[in-house]
Structures are given as structure tokens and as C-alpha cells.
Design a protein around this ligand. Structure first.
Ligand code: IVH
Length: 665
């Protein structure tokens, strides 16, 4: 009996280890965790307990022994070794665990600094004689990605500080709520996937390869740690003050505590007050104030012993699923939405939650009438995390609708995709309206005076069915409409008139080709300077554009193959819209047009980022991995062995830095 039990536990240990490794990858690299932090920590505790029980199964690579790695697989960023390892914090979830930690510390004159735990990602800034040199993510704790170009977009991080010598300043990069919400609204308008929370958004942003886009998103940073020699402070509290004097943001919500009670009061205060902060926080960090004592306490393999994090519980409530409704997006994707008995959660009334797609509903075995747990774990979008089944509930099989709830057309599900779609793109009202709303939106044609409501009004009055109809609108048709006087009609027509000067790259984005977002449209317009060349492009020409893979290329080809789209474009052309770029091309040359180039290694004359820019400015495409489509590999010092081997196998030339520069001369 004991044997069976032991085998089961040993099995559980190995499975947990694998599971937690996968979750680390989802959290740190993909920025898309599929379980909550609390669930992760619970499983980590269980793994620790099992490893203590079965020491023969111990493994130095276990997630209990290493911090999760955020290293970028694409190797776009230069990877550098941390001069001092970058560790994580042990987490606690209740008062007992805090008491336990405090009681193990020497009690004489014990002072603890309590700070907010910023919900972003850690960064280590290296300053040499006062000048910012590089900025490394935590990576695997030993090596990090140097994201200096993106860090330089953060106005609150000083480029220079009044300090001679070498120091390392550490803290957290985050996306304030306001910027996070704005980003998600834009993404929703473009039908791009939303970021679940500001941490994921900050992490995704810091790893972008486009600094202009990073700049627009508006990251910020709070710093809390400095490592260097002969620094003029003896406590953590003074360290924070010194950081502030050097020009860093440290956050003002800090308290020096001398008892468990004071610590718990601080925690309780911020547990409710946190919703009024401009930034996301997921807990409180407790740190021993005296630096000598910190040094004595030291570190475990993963965490300092002189600090712990108290994590706030995600707020959850039980409510009832009243019904499921189905929303039709502009590209025909059907999104199921849960209509809930209204419930108060994190200060807001929640009555709807996304159910993502059919598979999500099935995975929860969800039925109308079920009691469901809704959670807003530092996340803006409430989600259903669990179902409480009534024991006598009938097990009715859930069925996704077969027809479009708006126009009745039979739905289709493309193999390999999770979403059902309504294929009636021309005759399904929310799709028609959605396309027009997208067309006039700020980043597309930016037509003043034409909001969603007005579009609905024009649509319902049969004045517009597609975007080309906008340019046929006349003053006399408009003034007779409800809530539309002479002045608004004139403003609207002026706005439409003005849109005729919007440049080609934005017209292209406005057309609403599936999967062609703002950046992709910009990249395409750089290479294809008119709609005529684009509409005749073949797959290979399209995939040579930066950011365009086969799926996107096929979507573009399918879009232009549609006769109705051709007719609309013809009418828009006649109306005078810009279907060609008169900036000629923003390219410096077309010397690399059609070339797909992989960069590997380090270089003497330019950084990797500069080489990437050069490739793009000369019409080429930079990709991260070697494939049969690679034209050549631009190789510096220390080419990755896998890449070198693949080049050999596929007979892809390796071009040196000098040879490459000669090509562009
Ligand atoms: S102190 C040796 N203070 O939380 C580690 N960390 O879960 C010292 N974090 O890796 C870290 N706010 O990225 C510290 N006020 C704060 C923090 C903070 C957020 C992050 C940090 C750390 C992670 C651990």
C-alpha cells in the first residue's frame, strides 16, 4: 500500500515540475499565463514539499531552484551576463506566514520597510560614471536581454545621474492603468487580442522590436534597489531616499514598521486602497531595513532571506450565469459573452464576462443557471474561473449556435482555429457597421464628427451600406435625420472631405484586411507604394515584407481576390482617396528588396538593432530563425551554433559585417 502511495507522489512530483516549467514559459516569455499567481504558488509549495520528502529526485533545474526565465527566444536583443544575480521574492498569502517570517529575524530594534509590490517586470540599469550603459531584463537570473533602446523611451528613467563609478539600479517597469486601458481600447478596435493585465502588456511592450511603438504605449518605471561599492547609506529607507535624490521614481507609499501589527495595518490599508492607484500592485514587499542585517541573512538559491512579498488575494465572487449571448465582430468572429447576475467586484459592478470561444465553455462544462466564480485578479476583464455545479443540475450538452445570431447565415469554423465565424461579410449588419466604424476610426481615416452612433443612424436609414457610400453622402440626405442639424451635417461632410488627404498607409489600414493592423499596414505600404502593385502581389513578395507571414499574406491575397472589395476600392479611388504614396518610398534603397535576412552574433561596427534597421530601410526583411526562405545570414562574432548548422544544411550563405556593408554602398 505504502509503495503505491509513494509511486503516486513521485509521479505527482515529476508532473508538477513539468507543469510549473511550462507555466513559467507562459508567464515570462509568452506573457499569457493560464493559471492565477495564487494557483502557481500553491503548486510550487506542493512541489517544494514533495522534493523535501524525496531528496533522491532533486534536480538543480527544478523550478523550485531557479527563477523563471524571460529570455527572448528570437535572440533579437543582445544578451548580457548580470554582474550580480537577479533573484525573485518568496511569496506569502496570510498573516500567519508574515508572523512566521518576522519571528525568525533577530528582534532587537527590528525595523521593516513596507513597499508596494509593483506589478510589472524587473529591470537592472547599469550606470558607468553617471551614464546609462545598458538595461537588462531579469532573464534567467544570470543572463538578461539588453532592452536599452526601449528603456530610453521611459522619461522617468534618467539617462545620466550625478554619480562617479559603477552602479546597478534595479526596479520594475510597468504600464500605468491609463495607458494600459488606452492600449486595450485601440487593440479592441483593431480586433487584436487584448492584454489580460498591465504586467503582460508591460512585458510584451518591453520586448517589442519597434521603439516608436514602445514610446507611444507609455511605460514607466519605479526603482527600489542599488548595488555598488562604497554607497553612502546604511538602511534600505535611506537607499530609497538616495535613489530619489539621484532622480529616480521610487513611489511614495512606503512605511517603516516596527511590529507585526503595523505591517498588517499597512497591508490591510493597501488591499482596499490599491484600486485608487494609477498603477497596478499585486502585494506588499517587506524588507529588513538594516543593510548589515540584510547581508548577514543573505540569500537562498532563488530569494533573499531579508525580504518577502505578501500577495493580495484576487477578488472573487459567486454569481449566476443568466444567459449566454453572442457578439459578431467586424471580421465575422463570434464571441460568446456571459450575462451574469450583477455582482460587486473590486469596486465595479460586473454583469458580463467574455467566454472566449466554444472550447472555453466546454472546458468549464458551463450551463445557463450555473453558479460561477468571477475573478478580477489584477485584470481589467472579469473572467469566470470556476463553476459550482448544482448536484441535481441536468447534464445538458452545451451547443454553440449553428447560425449567425444577427443574420441567420450558417456559421463556419476554420480547421485549427478556435473561433466560429459568420461568412456573410457583405450582408451581416454588425460586420457591415463594424467595417465602417473601423474605417473612420482615429488611426485609420480619422473622420471628425462620425462616431459609432452616427454610423448606426446612417446605416439604419439606408444611407450607407459600405465605406464607399460615405463619399456619396449629401447635405440634403443628412439634415433630415434625427439629431442632425445643418451644422453637424456640414461638419460631417467637411470631415469626410478632409479624409481624402489621409496617406496610403492609413487608407490601407482602414480597408480592414483581416490581420493587417496599423504596424503591418505601415510596413506593407513602405514596400508596396500603391494599391495596384499590392493587389497583384504574389505570396513570396508579400512574405518578404517585415511582419508579414504566410497567414497574413494569404488574407491579403483573398481580400483583393474578392470582386466586391475591388468595386469598393474603385469607387474610393474615384472619390479621390490616396491609394498610392507620393512619399515615393520611405526606403533608402531597394538593394535588399525580396531578401529575407537573419542576424546572429555580435558586431564591431553597428549594433544588431542598427543592422535590423538597415535591412528594413533597404527593402529587406529581418527574421529570427533560419529557414529555406532565408536569403543569407548576417553573421558577427559567435554565431549561434544551431543557426550555423542550419545554414550549412540548407546551403544558406553567411555574410560578414564588412561584406554586408559593402552590399549597401
Ligand atoms: S525587491 C532580490 N521590491 O517582484 C529581489 N521587488 O516577485 C529584490 N517587485 O523580482 C526585489 N515590486 O521584480 C522588490 N517593491 C519591490 C517590488 C519588487 C515588484 C518584483 C521584482 C521581483 C518580483 C518578485
Amino acid at each position: 500500500m505504502a509503495d503505491i502511495f509513494e509511486t503516486a507522489e513521485r509521479d505527482e512530483l515529476l508532473q508538477l515540475r513539468q507543469f510549473l516549467k511550462e507555466q513559467n514559459h507562459k508567464y515570462y516569455v509568452l506573457n499569457a499565463p493560464t493559471i492565477s499567481d495564487a494557483e502557481f504558488d500553491e503548486k510550487m509549495h506542493r512541489l517544494q514539499a514533495l522534493e523535501a520528502k524525496y531528496p533522491d529526485l532533486m534536480d538543480v533545474n527544478s523550478p523550485t531552484q531557479k527563477v523563471g526565465s524571460d529570455l527572448d527566444d528570437s535572440k533579437f536583443f543582445v544578451q548580457r551576463a548580470h554582474r550580480y544575480p537577479m533573484l525573485s521574492l518568496a511569496n506569502t498569502y496570510n498573516e500567519d506566514e508574515v508572523r512566521d517570517w518576522l519571528s525568525k529575524l533577530p528582534q532587537d530594534d527590528l525595523a521593516i520597510v513596507c513597499e508596494l509590490k509593483f506589478d510589472g517586470l524587473s529591470i537592472s540599469l547599469h550606470y558607468q560614471n553617471g551614464v546609462l550603459q545598458n538595461a537588462l531584463t531579469r532573464g534567467d537570473g544570470t543572463i538578461g536581454d539588453d532592452v536599452i533602446a526601449n528603456i530610453r523611451t521611459i522619461a522617468s528613467i534618467p539617462q545620466t545621474i550625478p554619480f562617479e563609478g559603477d552602479i546597478e539600479v534595479r526596479g520594475e517597469v510597468l504600464l500605468p492603468w491609463e495607458n494600459f486601458n488606452r492600449l486595450n481600447v485601440e487593440r479592441a478596435n483593431n480586433e487584436e487580442p487584448l492584454f489580460a493585465n498591465p504586467r503582460n502588456a508591460a512585458s510584451g511592450t518591453l520586448k517589442l522590436q519597434d521603439t516608436d511603438e514602445v514610446q507611444k504605449r507609455g511605460l514607466d518605471a519605479y526603482l527600489y534597489y542599488i548595488i555598488g561599492e562604497n554607497l553612502p547609506f546604511g538602511t534600505h529607507f535611506e537607499r530609497l531616499q538616495w535613489l530619489r535624490d539621484l532622480g529616480f521614481k521610487t513611489g511614495e507609499n512606503i512605511r517603516l514598521c516596527h511590529s507585526l501589527q503595523e505591517v498588517m495595518d499597512f497591508i490591510a490599508f493597501w488591499d482596499t486602497e490599491r484600486k485608487n492607484l494609477p498603477i497596478a500592485t499585486d502585494g506588499i514587499v517587506l524588507k529588513v531595513n538594516n543593510l548589515q542585517l540584510q547581508q548577514q541573512l543573505g540569500f537562498t538559491a532563488k530569494n533573499p532571506r531579508w525580504a518577502i512579498a505578501y500577495k493580495f488575494q484576487a477578488e472573487r465572487e459567486l454569481t449566476t450565469l443568466k444567459s449566454i449571448s453572442y457578439q459578431v465582430g467586424r471580421t465575422g468572429v463570434i464571441t460568446p459573452v456571459a450575462n451574469l447576475e450583477p455582482v460587486q467586484l473590486s469596486g465595479t459592478m460586473v454583469q458580463r464576462a467574455t467566454l472566449h470561444n466554444e472550447d472555453f465553455i466546454r472546458s468549464l462544462c458551463l450551463q445557463v443557471g450555473d453558479k460561477v466564480w468571477v475573478e478580477k485578479g489584477g485584470e481589467i476583464i472579469p473572467k469566470i474561473v470556476a463553476v459550482e455545479k448544482e448536484s441535481n443540475a441536468e447534464a445538458v450538452q452545451y451547443a454553440f449556435p449553428e447560425r449567425c445570431p444577427e443574420c441567420g447565415t450558417p456559421l463556419v469554423r476554420i480547421e485549427g482555429e478556435a473561433a466560429w465565424k459568420c461568412p456573410n461579410s457583405e450582408g451581416c449588419p454588425p460586420q457591415q457597421c463594424g467595417k465602417i466604424i473601423h474605417f473612420v476610426s482615429r488611426k485609420a481615416m480619422n473622420i471628425d464628427g462620425l462616431g459609432e452612433e452616427t454610423i448606426q443612424l446612417l446605416f439604419q436609414n439606408n444611407l450607407i451600406k459600405d465605406v464607399a457610400d460615405l463619399y456619396d453622402l449629401q447635405h440634403k440626405d443628412l439634415v433630415v435625420l434625427e439629431r442632425m442639424g445643418d451644422k453637424s451635417a456640414t461638419n460631417l461632410l467637411n470631415g469626410i472631405q478632409k479624409s481624402k488627404t489621409v496617406p496610403w498607409k492609413r487608407v490601407l489600414f482602414a480597408l480592414g484586411i483581416p490581420m493587417v493592423g496599423e504596424t503591418t499596414a505601415k510596413n506593407i505600404a513602405k514596400v508596396f507604394t500603391s494599391v495596384d502593385t499590392l493587389s497583384h502581389a504574389i505570396l513570396e513578395q508579400l512574405t518578404a515584407v517585415n511582419d508579414v507571414g504566410e497567414q497574413v499574406a494569404n488574407a491579403i491575397i483573398a481580400f483583393f481576390a474578392n470582386e466586391r472589395h475591388q468595386q469598393i476600392i474603385e469607387r474610393l479611388k474615384k472619390a479621390g482617396l490616396q491609394f498610392a504614396s507620393d512619399e515615393q518610398t520611405e526606403l533608402l534603397s531597394t538593394k535588399l528588396l525580396g531578401k529575407t535576412i537573419v542576424i546572429s552574433g555580435t558586431f564591431a561596427q553597428h549594433s544588431r538593432e542598427e543592422y535590423k534597421n538597415m535591412i528594413e530601410a533597404n527593402g529587406g526583411k529581418n527574421t529570427s530563425s533560419v529557414s529555406k526562405n532565408t536569403s543569407f545570414l548576417l553573421g558577427g562574432e559567435g554565431i549561434g551554433p544551431d543557426k550555423r548548422a542550419k545554414c550549412g544544411k540548407l546551403q544558406i550563405p553567411i555574410v560578414s559585417e564588412q561584406e554586408f556593408l559593402a552590399m549597401l554602398e
